[in-house]
Write a protein that binds this ligand. Sequence first.
Ligand code: KIV
Ligand code: ZN
Length: 514
Amino acid sequence: MRKISIFDTTLRDGEQSAGVNLNFIEKMEIARQLERLGVDIIEAGFPASSEGDFQSVQAIANTIKGCSVTGLSRSVQSDIDSAWQALKRGAEPRLHVFIATSPIHMKYKLRQTPEQVIESAVQAVRYAKKFFPIVQWSAEDACRSDLAFLSTIIEAVIDAGASVINIPDTVGYITPKEYGDIFQHLFNNVPNIAEASLSAHCHDDLGMAVANSLAAVENGVSQIEGTINGIGERAGNAALEEVAVALHIRKDYYNAETSLALKEIKRTSDLVSRLTGMVVPANKAVVGNNAFAHESGIHQDGVLKEKTTYEIISPELVGVATNALVLGKHSGRHAFKKRIDELGFQVSDEEVASLFKQFKDLADKKKDVTEEDLVALILGEKLANYSAVYSLQSIQVQYGTNHIPTATITLKDVHGELQQDAATGAGSVEAIYNTLERMIDADVKLLDYRLQSVSGGRDALAQVYVKMTFDGKETSGRGIAQDVLEASAKAYINAINRVLYMKKAALMKKELAL
Ligand code: KIV
Ligand code: ZN
C-alpha cells in the first residue's frame, strides 16, 4: 500500500470561504481536532496576511506536536520571514510558498514575464531553505499553465531546494483525466522530479475536486490537499473526508491509504461546521445527515436482511454512531471531567466548574444530554471567556399575536457595569436586535441569520449563527441556549464582541509599539 499524506488547509483555504471568520480559540480547537484525526500537515494560515493570522499560526505551531504545521507565503522575503517567525518552534517547520504560473496570472496579476517568474520562484525557495527544513512550492493556477513552462520552473525550484511540488487546480477547471496527464507529464519531463514528492490541490468549481484528487493518486502523487467538509474559496476545496474514505473503501482499486483515524471524521466535520457556521448538506457524502439513511422500502428491507446490500460505508467507520448519551442528571464532577478529557478538550479548573454548573442546569431541563450537547457547551464556554467585551445578563421578550414584540435586555460590560434597555420590533428577534443595537450604539446590518438544533428532540439546544456588518466590518457570531431567543441574542453579542476584541487588541499593540 502506498502512503498518501493528508495536507489539511481548512484553516487557510477553508477559512477563505465567504462569511467564515474564525477567531484564535476556534482555530486552535480545530487544529487540535485535526491532530486527533491524524492529518500529516496542518496549514494553519497565512502569517504575513494579518496580525491575527500570524498569532494563530504561531500558537498552533507551538502547541501541535503530532504533525507538521505550515503557513502560506508569497514569493517575497518579508512573507517568508514572517512565516519563519510564526513556525520556527513547530515540530517540523514547513513553508508553503507559491507563485502563479499560468499566462493569464503572470500577465495580468503578477505583471511579470515567465523568466521573471522563474527568477522570483527560485529566489524565494533559496531564501526559504535557509530557515525551513521542508519547503513546499506551489504553482498557482498550474492547470491552466503551459506544460513545458511548468516543467522548467519545477526543475528550477527543486534545484533551489523545494522538496514538495504542489499542482493546484486553483480555479477548479481541470478534469480527472487531464489532471492525471499533468502528473504523468511531470514524471516524464522533469529530470530531477525524483528528488521531490508531488501533491494535488483541487477546487470544486465544476464539482470534480475529489475525483481530480483521486485521479492524482492514481497518477503517482503522494500528498492530497483539501479541507474538512470541502469548505473553501468559491465552491470550496476537495473534501478530505471523502478522499480518505474513498481510498479506504476502494483500497482494492487505489492500493493506497492515509493514516487518518477515520472514526474521528464525523466529530471533525461537526466541529468545523459548528465553528464556521457552514452547514453540511444532508446528502453530503460521508458526513451528511442522510449519508447512512435508507428511505425506500426496498432498501430498508435489504439492509435489514444484510447491511451490505445497500451500505458500502458503515456509520461506525467514520464515527457516526458514537453520539451516545454522555452523562445523566446524577453524574458527578469527576465523571464529567473524564468525559471532557475523552472528547479531547483541554479545559481549566475554572472552566470545568462553570461547565459543570451549565451541565446540571441543562440536565434538569433536558432528558438526554448527548456528546453534541456537551461539545456545544464547551465551545460556548471557551468563546465566552475569550472575547467577552459584553455579556448577556438577562433577557425578557414579550410576544403575542395582538401585541408589538418588545425585548428588555440587561448587558454586562468588561468592567462589570450593567446597562438595561428595551425596544420593539416586527418580530421577537428583531425586537432583541433593535434593543442590542441601541445599547451598543453602533451601525449594525444583519446579513444572515440561521437557526439549528444541536441534537434531536423537542428539548434540543438551539444554535444561532449570524453574519453582520458592525462599524463597517463584516463579522459573524454564534450563540447556544435552550431557548431560541436567548441563543439569538448571544449570537449577536458574540459577533459584536469579535470586532470589539480585535479593535482592543490592535489598540494594545499600537500602544506597546509606541
Ligand atoms: O488554490 C490555490 O492555488 C492555492 C494556492 C495558494 C496553493 O490555494
Ligand atoms: Zn486553493
